[in-house]
Design a protein around this ligand. Structure first.
Ligand code: NAP
Length: 260
């Protein structure tokens, strides 16, 4: 199946690691040009080098996306260098453990800034260019938006808002034929996940317990499985799909808890 991404330009936030890196590489493998926006310069450089080595095209902008100026710079850089934007993949986020009891109002607001504000800011700044290309937006959400987890109010609020914004933007952008969809992972082995599980008591035991409850295959989802869905949604091949929240989670969020 040709996804028709060749020479189109896609911004991937957090595109240097984990799920974002898999999305960046998948877009590049399909012939698309990738701009990675993330806060660690050497991570950004490394993934760009990898993509270029494989014959792909990529660039990057380094900065904390919670800063609206970095979002503006990401859009300006992309348009100045490549002249167009065909898609925005809002992926960057971190389960930062800002709870209700142990957090503070300042930390809660900081979590919203670093996990949510850039989804809006980038979409806002990219919109004039997405209108020209009839491009589209793919967000990466989290099961936390629908299941709760405990001790992570800022992250849960951000991911809940992303589900709401998926439908909200899908409606607002109908006149421009801009589609908006969200891919919702649950348990994906990435640097973020590894760091998170290490914060729990008995991480190995906890991991085995989680994996045993993933209905399809009793295994974690791979970053590539999330990337395949995200890139399909970006492509013309999903041209009549908008406002959708698609769970790529081996059935973890929805299938009957009594399944052995
Ligand atoms: P990851 O391995 O930590 O990769 C995320 C990348 O984004 C990192 O390079 C990170 O930089 C960067 N980043 C995060 N927030 C940023 C910000 N505010 N500004 C600039 N760069 C930022 O994470 P992942 O597991 O691939 O997660 C990707 C997305 O999937 C996130 O939105 C996450 O919530 C979602 N998700 C993941 C899982 C899972 O099981 N892994 C489950 C549900 C949802 P640093 O390395 O400096 O932090």
């Amino acid at each position: 199946m040709d996804l028709n991404l060749a020479n189109k330009v896609y911004i991937v936030t957090g595109g240097a690691k984990g799920i974002g890196a898999a999305i960046s590489k998948t877009i590049a493998a399909e012939g698309g040009i990738v701009i990675i926006a993330g806060r660690n310069k050497s991570d950004n450089q490394q993934i760009v080098d990898e993509i270029v080595k494989l014959g792909g095209k990529a660039g990057y902008v380094t900065g904390e996306l919670g800063d609206p100026g970095v979002c503006r710079e990401t859009i300006d850089f992309t348009v100045e260098k490549y002249g167009r934007i065909d898609g925005l993949i809002n992926n960057a986020g971190k389960n930062d453990g800002v709870g209700l009891e142990k957090g503070t109002p300042e930390k809660f607001f900081g979590s919203l800034r670093n996990n949510l504000s850039h989804f809006y800011n980038l979409a806002h700044y990219a919109l004039p260019y997405l209108k020209k290309t009839k491009g589209n937006i793919v967000n990466i959400g989290s099961k936390v938006a629908v299941t709760g987890q405990g001790n992570t109010s800022g992250y849960a609020a951000s991911k809940g808002a992303i589900n709401a914004l998926t439908r909200e933007w899908a409606v607002e952008l109908l006149p421009y034929s801009i589609r908006v969809n969200t891919v919702l992972p649950a348990e994906v082995w990435t640097p973020l996940y590894e760091n998170w599980i290490k914060t729990l008591p008995n991480p190995e035991e906890k991991l085995a317990q989680i994996v045993s409850k993933i209905p399809l295959g009793k295994r974690m989802t791979t970053s590539e499985e999330i990337a395949d869905m995200a890139v399909f949604l970006l492509s013309d091949r999903s041209s009549h799909t908008t406002g959708q929240i698609i769970f790529v989670d081996g059935g973890y969020s929805h299938l009957d808890r009594s399944i052995e």
